[in-house]
Design a protein around this ligand. Structure first.
Ligand SMILES: [Zn+2]
Length: 66
């Protein structure tokens, strides 16, 4: 469960990020260019109380810092 950092309300999780008009999602990479390591598709959590949104990934364990 994720808690809204603004109002401490419970957030709704698991929404996807899409670019409006294109139907494309966004991705997060580590590094640059063709050797970039794809990390994971980000998800969005939304606070139903204040509208705060939070981007997160579901499995952060395998991520190495650069
Ligand atoms: Zn909130």
């Amino acid at each position: 469960m994720r808690t809204c950092f603004r109002c401490q309300n419970e957030m709704k999780e698991g929404f996807e990020v899409k670019v409006e008009g294109g139907g494309f999602g966004i991705k997060i990479f580590g590094g640059k260019g063709v050797f970039a390591k794809r990390i994971e598709k980000p998800r969005v959590a939304i606070c139903p109380k204040c509208g705060e949104i939070s981007l997160y990934i579901e499995n952060p364990d395998g991520i190495e810092s650069k």
